[in-house]
Design a protein around this ligand. Structure first.
Ligand code: ZN
Length: 259
Protein backbone atom coordinates (compact mmCIF):
# COMPACT_ATOMS: atom_id res chain seq x y z
CA UNK A 1 0.00 0.00 0.00
CA UNK A 2 2.68 2.37 1.09
CA UNK A 3 4.80 1.48 -1.93
CA UNK A 4 1.87 2.14 -4.29
CA UNK A 5 1.24 5.54 -2.71
CA UNK A 6 4.88 6.40 -2.98
CA UNK A 7 5.09 5.52 -6.66
CA UNK A 8 1.94 7.47 -7.49
CA UNK A 9 3.42 10.50 -5.67
CA UNK A 10 6.56 10.35 -7.84
CA UNK A 11 4.48 9.89 -10.96
CA UNK A 12 2.46 13.02 -10.10
CA UNK A 13 5.68 14.85 -9.30
CA UNK A 14 7.22 13.97 -12.65
CA UNK A 15 4.07 14.91 -14.55
CA UNK A 16 3.90 18.26 -12.73
CA UNK A 17 7.55 19.05 -13.54
CA UNK A 18 7.01 18.12 -17.20
CA UNK A 19 3.89 20.30 -17.35
CA UNK A 20 5.78 23.21 -15.81
CA UNK A 21 8.56 22.86 -18.41
CA UNK A 22 5.97 22.75 -21.19
CA UNK A 23 4.27 25.88 -19.85
CA UNK A 24 7.62 27.73 -19.65
CA UNK A 25 8.50 26.70 -23.23
CA UNK A 26 5.06 27.75 -24.48
CA UNK A 27 5.16 31.12 -22.69
CA UNK A 28 8.66 31.83 -24.03
CA UNK A 29 7.64 30.91 -27.57
CA UNK A 30 4.53 33.11 -27.31
CA UNK A 31 6.70 36.00 -26.10
CA UNK A 32 9.13 35.52 -29.00
CA UNK A 33 6.25 35.85 -31.45
CA UNK A 34 4.50 38.77 -29.73
CA UNK A 35 7.04 41.43 -28.88
CA UNK A 36 5.70 44.11 -26.56
CA UNK A 37 7.15 47.29 -28.08
CA UNK A 38 5.83 49.39 -25.20
CA UNK A 39 8.73 48.18 -23.07
CA UNK A 40 12.43 48.86 -23.83
CA UNK A 41 14.07 46.37 -26.18
CA UNK A 42 17.66 45.36 -25.43
CA UNK A 43 19.81 43.72 -28.06
CA UNK A 44 23.05 42.02 -26.99
CA UNK A 45 25.82 42.21 -29.60
CA UNK A 46 28.69 39.77 -29.30
CA UNK A 47 31.61 40.33 -31.70
CA UNK A 48 33.36 37.24 -33.06
CA UNK A 49 36.71 37.16 -34.90
CA UNK A 50 35.29 34.80 -37.51
CA UNK A 51 38.42 34.50 -39.66
CA UNK A 52 40.83 34.66 -36.72
CA UNK A 53 42.82 37.41 -38.42
CA UNK A 54 44.81 40.29 -36.93
CA UNK A 55 42.90 42.82 -39.06
CA UNK A 56 39.59 41.57 -37.61
CA UNK A 57 41.04 41.50 -34.08
CA UNK A 58 42.11 45.17 -34.41
CA UNK A 59 38.71 46.12 -35.78
CA UNK A 60 36.88 44.38 -32.93
CA UNK A 61 39.16 46.08 -30.40
CA UNK A 62 38.18 49.44 -31.90
CA UNK A 63 34.40 48.87 -31.62
CA UNK A 64 32.40 50.65 -28.99
CA UNK A 65 28.76 50.57 -28.00
CA UNK A 66 28.16 54.08 -29.34
CA UNK A 67 28.90 52.79 -32.87
CA UNK A 68 25.57 50.94 -32.80
CA UNK A 69 23.43 53.75 -31.37
CA UNK A 70 22.66 54.94 -34.92
CA UNK A 71 20.72 51.71 -35.55
CA UNK A 72 18.59 52.27 -32.45
CA UNK A 73 17.99 55.87 -33.50
CA UNK A 74 16.99 54.74 -37.00
CA UNK A 75 14.50 52.15 -35.70
CA UNK A 76 12.96 54.65 -33.31
CA UNK A 77 12.56 57.16 -36.11
CA UNK A 78 10.98 54.57 -38.46
CA UNK A 79 8.60 53.38 -35.74
CA UNK A 80 7.33 56.93 -35.25
CA UNK A 81 5.54 56.89 -38.61
CA UNK A 82 3.42 54.03 -37.23
CA UNK A 83 2.80 55.98 -34.00
CA UNK A 84 4.76 53.33 -32.19
CA UNK A 85 7.11 54.95 -29.71
CA UNK A 86 9.84 52.38 -29.11
CA UNK A 87 13.04 52.30 -27.10
CA UNK A 88 15.85 50.14 -28.46
CA UNK A 89 19.26 49.74 -26.84
CA UNK A 90 22.23 47.88 -28.26
CA UNK A 91 24.56 46.48 -25.61
CA UNK A 92 28.01 45.54 -26.81
CA UNK A 93 29.36 42.49 -25.00
CA UNK A 94 32.93 41.24 -24.94
CA UNK A 95 34.43 39.35 -27.84
CA UNK A 96 33.28 35.74 -27.98
CA UNK A 97 36.21 33.40 -28.53
CA UNK A 98 34.27 30.31 -29.64
CA UNK A 99 32.88 30.45 -33.17
CA UNK A 100 29.12 29.94 -33.60
CA UNK A 101 28.15 26.60 -35.24
CA UNK A 102 28.43 26.92 -39.01
CA UNK A 103 25.12 27.64 -40.74
CA UNK A 104 24.44 24.67 -43.09
CA UNK A 105 24.72 25.38 -46.81
CA UNK A 106 22.09 22.82 -47.70
CA UNK A 107 18.34 23.29 -47.49
CA UNK A 108 17.88 19.97 -45.69
CA UNK A 109 15.28 20.46 -42.95
CA UNK A 110 17.03 17.96 -40.67
CA UNK A 111 20.41 19.71 -41.00
CA UNK A 112 18.82 23.08 -40.34
CA UNK A 113 16.98 21.73 -37.29
CA UNK A 114 20.18 20.19 -35.95
CA UNK A 115 22.06 23.46 -36.53
CA UNK A 116 19.31 25.46 -34.84
CA UNK A 117 19.50 23.22 -31.73
CA UNK A 118 23.28 23.52 -31.57
CA UNK A 119 23.08 27.26 -32.12
CA UNK A 120 20.59 27.68 -29.28
CA UNK A 121 22.85 25.71 -26.97
CA UNK A 122 25.83 27.80 -28.11
CA UNK A 123 23.93 31.09 -27.52
CA UNK A 124 22.88 29.90 -24.07
CA UNK A 125 26.51 29.01 -23.20
CA UNK A 126 27.90 32.29 -24.54
CA UNK A 127 25.46 34.72 -22.91
CA UNK A 128 27.15 37.43 -20.88
CA UNK A 129 26.11 39.66 -18.04
CA UNK A 130 25.33 42.90 -19.85
CA UNK A 131 23.32 44.37 -16.99
CA UNK A 132 19.88 43.51 -18.45
CA UNK A 133 18.13 40.50 -19.92
CA UNK A 134 18.26 41.06 -23.70
CA UNK A 135 15.29 40.32 -25.97
CA UNK A 136 17.75 39.31 -28.69
CA UNK A 137 21.34 38.07 -28.89
CA UNK A 138 23.23 38.70 -32.12
CA UNK A 139 26.63 37.16 -32.77
CA UNK A 140 28.54 39.49 -35.09
CA UNK A 141 30.90 37.41 -37.22
CA UNK A 142 33.51 39.82 -38.54
CA UNK A 143 35.75 39.03 -41.52
CA UNK A 144 38.75 40.83 -43.04
CA UNK A 145 37.37 42.15 -46.33
CA UNK A 146 40.73 41.76 -48.12
CA UNK A 147 40.53 37.99 -47.66
CA UNK A 148 36.75 37.62 -48.03
CA UNK A 149 35.08 39.27 -50.99
CA UNK A 150 31.59 37.87 -50.41
CA UNK A 151 30.05 36.91 -47.10
CA UNK A 152 27.55 34.14 -46.50
CA UNK A 153 24.00 34.96 -45.61
CA UNK A 154 23.30 35.97 -42.06
CA UNK A 155 20.56 34.17 -40.15
CA UNK A 156 18.34 35.05 -37.24
CA UNK A 157 15.79 32.89 -35.47
CA UNK A 158 12.58 34.35 -34.12
CA UNK A 159 12.00 31.41 -31.83
CA UNK A 160 14.84 31.72 -29.36
CA UNK A 161 15.68 35.27 -30.49
CA UNK A 162 19.23 34.63 -31.62
CA UNK A 163 21.13 35.39 -34.80
CA UNK A 164 24.49 35.17 -36.58
CA UNK A 165 25.35 38.25 -38.61
CA UNK A 166 28.25 38.16 -41.09
CA UNK A 167 29.99 41.52 -41.48
CA UNK A 168 33.14 43.11 -42.87
CA UNK A 169 35.74 44.21 -40.32
CA UNK A 170 36.39 47.64 -41.75
CA UNK A 171 35.13 51.02 -40.60
CA UNK A 172 34.34 52.08 -44.15
CA UNK A 173 31.76 49.25 -44.11
CA UNK A 174 30.16 50.41 -40.85
CA UNK A 175 27.19 52.05 -42.56
CA UNK A 176 26.30 48.93 -44.57
CA UNK A 177 26.97 46.76 -41.53
CA UNK A 178 24.29 48.77 -39.73
CA UNK A 179 21.79 47.86 -42.46
CA UNK A 180 22.64 44.16 -42.13
CA UNK A 181 22.33 44.25 -38.33
CA UNK A 182 18.96 46.05 -38.48
CA UNK A 183 17.73 43.60 -41.17
CA UNK A 184 18.66 40.52 -39.10
CA UNK A 185 17.27 42.09 -35.97
CA UNK A 186 13.87 42.51 -37.59
CA UNK A 187 13.95 38.87 -38.80
CA UNK A 188 14.19 37.89 -35.15
CA UNK A 189 11.06 39.96 -34.48
CA UNK A 190 9.11 38.31 -37.29
CA UNK A 191 9.92 40.24 -40.48
CA UNK A 192 10.29 38.26 -43.72
CA UNK A 193 12.62 38.95 -46.63
CA UNK A 194 11.25 41.26 -49.34
CA UNK A 195 13.57 40.21 -52.15
CA UNK A 196 13.65 37.35 -54.61
CA UNK A 197 15.88 34.75 -52.94
CA UNK A 198 17.28 33.51 -56.27
CA UNK A 199 18.19 36.91 -57.77
CA UNK A 200 18.39 39.30 -54.82
CA UNK A 201 16.02 41.67 -56.64
CA UNK A 202 13.57 43.57 -54.36
CA UNK A 203 10.01 42.28 -54.75
CA UNK A 204 7.36 44.68 -56.03
CA UNK A 205 5.60 46.34 -54.23
CA UNK A 206 6.62 45.39 -50.67
CA UNK A 207 10.40 45.37 -51.31
CA UNK A 208 10.55 48.88 -52.74
CA UNK A 209 11.38 51.93 -50.65
CA UNK A 210 8.51 53.83 -52.29
CA UNK A 211 6.13 51.59 -54.28
CA UNK A 212 4.04 54.65 -55.24
CA UNK A 213 6.93 56.58 -56.79
CA UNK A 214 6.26 57.91 -60.34
CA UNK A 215 8.03 56.79 -62.43
CA UNK A 216 8.59 53.67 -60.38
CA UNK A 217 12.27 53.22 -61.30
CA UNK A 218 14.94 53.99 -60.38
CA UNK A 219 13.92 53.90 -56.72
CA UNK A 220 15.65 56.35 -54.38
CA UNK A 221 15.41 54.19 -51.28
CA UNK A 222 15.35 50.54 -50.23
CA UNK A 223 13.00 48.68 -47.93
CA UNK A 224 14.99 47.28 -44.98
CA UNK A 225 13.94 43.67 -45.59
CA UNK A 226 15.08 43.92 -49.23
CA UNK A 227 18.26 45.84 -48.35
CA UNK A 228 18.74 46.77 -52.00
CA UNK A 229 17.50 49.79 -53.97
CA UNK A 230 15.65 48.67 -57.11
CA UNK A 231 17.11 50.58 -60.08
CA UNK A 232 14.83 48.83 -62.56
CA UNK A 233 12.58 45.76 -62.53
CA UNK A 234 15.67 43.55 -62.79
CA UNK A 235 18.57 45.62 -61.41
CA UNK A 236 19.34 46.74 -57.90
CA UNK A 237 22.19 47.93 -55.70
CA UNK A 238 22.87 47.58 -52.00
CA UNK A 239 21.83 50.67 -50.04
CA UNK A 240 24.82 52.61 -48.68
CA UNK A 241 23.45 53.54 -45.29
CA UNK A 242 20.31 53.51 -43.18
CA UNK A 243 19.56 57.00 -44.52
CA UNK A 244 18.50 55.31 -47.79
CA UNK A 245 16.39 52.63 -46.12
CA UNK A 246 12.76 52.59 -45.05
CA UNK A 247 10.59 50.22 -43.07
CA UNK A 248 7.32 49.88 -44.93
CA UNK A 249 3.83 48.76 -43.95
CA UNK A 250 4.20 45.02 -44.52
CA UNK A 251 7.35 44.76 -42.39
CA UNK A 252 5.82 47.04 -39.75
CA UNK A 253 2.82 44.72 -39.58
CA UNK A 254 4.95 41.57 -39.35
CA UNK A 255 6.95 42.88 -36.39
CA UNK A 256 3.87 44.25 -34.59
CA UNK A 257 4.36 48.00 -35.06
CA UNK A 258 1.11 48.13 -36.97
CA UNK A 259 -2.03 46.18 -36.14
ZN1 ZN B 1 16.94 38.42 -44.64
Amino acid sequence: MLRAQKSSFWKMFRVTILLLILIIVAVNAWRDYHQNWQTPVFVALYPVNADQSIVTADYIASLNEQDFAAIAHYLQQQAQQYHQPIQVYFKLGSEVKTLPPKVPDSQSILEIMWWSLRFRYYAWRQQQDIGVRPQLQLFLNYYDMRAHKVLKHSTALQNGRIGVVNLFAHHKQDNQNQIVIAHEMLHAFGATDKYDLSTGQPVYPQGLGDPDQQPLYPQKTAELMAGHIALSATKSKMANSLKDVRINVETAREIGWLK
